[in-house]
Design a protein around this ligand. Structure first.
Ligand code: ADP
Length: 488
């Protein structure tokens, strides 16, 4: 089957979060299954390409004020996947992907509308797919356009669209005036289409118009149909529940494996854990702490966003500092949480260390060097870091939500079963209890090693997720109202 991926980020070309990991791995896993896969992403300033050739010199994208002309760069075939890049420097040659510390770029609607149009026009020349697989609001216009302006385009009569929600919290909300600017019909501005409390909601339009919907874990697929997690779109999602699948993200173990990882101090594995203490010493040194310690190190690698549960950490930070532990945090994002970690570091320099940066190498070092990994998320569609942590023998403490709940099994010291520590209520006391329980368990070293190994032997590779996506594509080909039959 020919599948075209359209996404706003993709490892190794661009990344702000888990979406990039997925778009970097899933196409290659589908290619291994024999599918013909093409990936389109924007060419950002940070996108490194070696001698790209031009696949298409000029694509015209009409806007109300004037035409814009972008081009398509051929990034070549890697691991069986064809990569193309939409080049339009006025929109994409910028410091960041979506915005700065001051907020989102004011023209994000235009930027990603141009991207979507370019992908569709380029596909007509370079190969119209059987399936467009689109991801998050940035590519939501593709299913919307397929159902509206491109409905009669003979290039796409056999094309269906699968849309994956990686995070319902980001919807692409814009003032209604973007519709005429983007040359989209006004009748899209209705309650059963894109209108959402007086604004245009790109994600809502995609939920309505895609042939199939997926999200990135089973639990999250259920959660987003509730008012608590639905961000106002739970009703629209419930209406599509028969064609909404939850498929857990996989891990690229060629990048995230302590036995082969070139970025960590010493390699180790479930069978031979002797390298891990050296990784811990290396991590402590990197964060300016004394390398020898008996205390457990709790690692955090995260976007500093409200979603990730930092308000809980803020609430118990002073009490946590009195516990026998060290917290090491790597992240960037909301000023409030950057400042919180800076303050904690000033106040408790031996207990809280922080690096405010996006640094992939350091993320690997935290995974390898920490003893425990903390993800107290308010909601977590899939979560990748807890899966990396399992592989690195870095025992996760998670809130039981979304993919965290699906992937972490509560540890029971009596039976020795389980892979981590979970707390259910979104509550700082519950988090502190989970931390205290984890550090109590850590003191029993033989049992702790067994707990580490329980996680390290788990397998979340992409192969089985890719097979599930292939089944969804088959269903999508039958049209939007064919329900998914759950697999045994
Ligand atoms: P989300 O997509 O919500 O940010 P995920 O857990 O799905 O959360 O994925 C986050 C990805 O981004 C992981 O690969 C993680 O290692 C990476 N990441 C997040 N923050 C940083 C950072 N400051 N430096 C390096 N990598 C980071």
């Amino acid at each position: 089957m020919h599948i075209v991926f359209a996404a706003s980020e993709c490892v190794p070309y661009s990344k702000t979060g888990g979406l990039a990991d997925v778009v970097g791995s899933l196409p290659q896993a589908l290619a291994v299954l024999g599918h013909d896969v093409t990936v389109y992403v924007p060419r950002y300033r940070s996108t490194k390409l070696e001698n790209p050739s031009k696949a298409i010199a000029s694509i015209t994208v009409p806007f109300d004020d004037r035409y814009r002309f972008c081009s398509i760069l051929d990034g070549g075939v890697k691991s069986g996947v064809q990569y193309y890049f939409v080049e339009y420097p006025p929109y994409f040659d910028r410091d960041a992907l979506y915005g700065t510390a001051l907020g989102d770029y004011h023209d994000n609607a235009e930027r990603f509308a141009l991207f979507c149009r370019a992908v569709m026009e380029a596909s007509k020349v370079l190969g119209a797919p059987e399936i467009f697989h689109c991801h998050d609001w940035q590519t939501a216009l593709i299913p919307i356009l397929l159902e509206t302006l491109y409905r009669e385009d003979p290039a796409f009569t056999q094309t269906r669209c699968v849309f994956t929600i990686h995070n319902l919290g980001y919807q692409g909300l814009f003032p209604p005036e973007v519709l005429p600017l983007l040359m989209l019909p006004w009748d899209l501005f209705s309650m059963d289409k894109l209108e959402f409390y007086g604004k245009v909601n790109f994600l809502k339009g995609a939920i309505d118009s895609a042939d199939y919907l997926t999200t990135v874990s089973r639990k999250y697929a259920q959660e987003i149909q509730t008012t608590e997690y639905g961000f106002g779109l739970d009703g629209v999602l419930r209406a599509r529940s028969a064609t909404l699948a939850g498929i857990l993200n996989g891990v690229d173990y060629s990048e995230w494996n302590p036995a082969t990882d070139p970025m960590i101090a010493v390699n180790y594995s479930a069978a031979d854990l002797t390298g891990k203490p050296a990784c811990k010493r290396d991590l402590l040194k990197e964060f300016g702490l004394a390398p020898e310690t008996q205390l457990p190190v709790i690692g955090i690698v995260s976007r500093f966003a409200g979603q990730k549960g930092f308000d809980l950490i803020q609430y118990i930070a002073d009490r946590t500092a009195r516990e026998e532990l060290i917290v090491i945090a790597l992240g960037t994002g909301d000023r409030e949480y950057e400042d919180m970690f800076r303050r904690l570091n000033r106040q408790y320099p031996q207990k809280f260390a922080v690096k405010i940066e996006f640094n992939n190498r350091m993320a690997h070092k935290v995974e390898a060097g920490a003893d425990i990994f903390l993800m107290p998320s308010r909601y977590e569609p899939a979560g990748l870091n807890q899966l990396y942590s399992l592989k690195y023998g870095t025992v996760p403490i998670v809130r039981a939500t979304g993919g965290l709940d699906d992937t972490i099994e509560q540890y029971d010291p009596i039976s020795g079963k389980g892979t981590g520590f979970k707390f259910r209520e979104y509550n700082a006391e519950a988090l502190l209890d989970a931390i205290k329980f984890a550090i109590a368990c850590y003191r029993d070293h033989p049992k702790w090693q067994k707990l580490m190994q329980n996680g390290m032997v788990q397998d979340y590779s992409w192969a089985s997720a890719a097979r599930e996506y292939a089944r969804v594509y088959e269903k999508a080909k039958q049209g939007r109202f064919a329900p998914i039959v759950p697999q045994p």
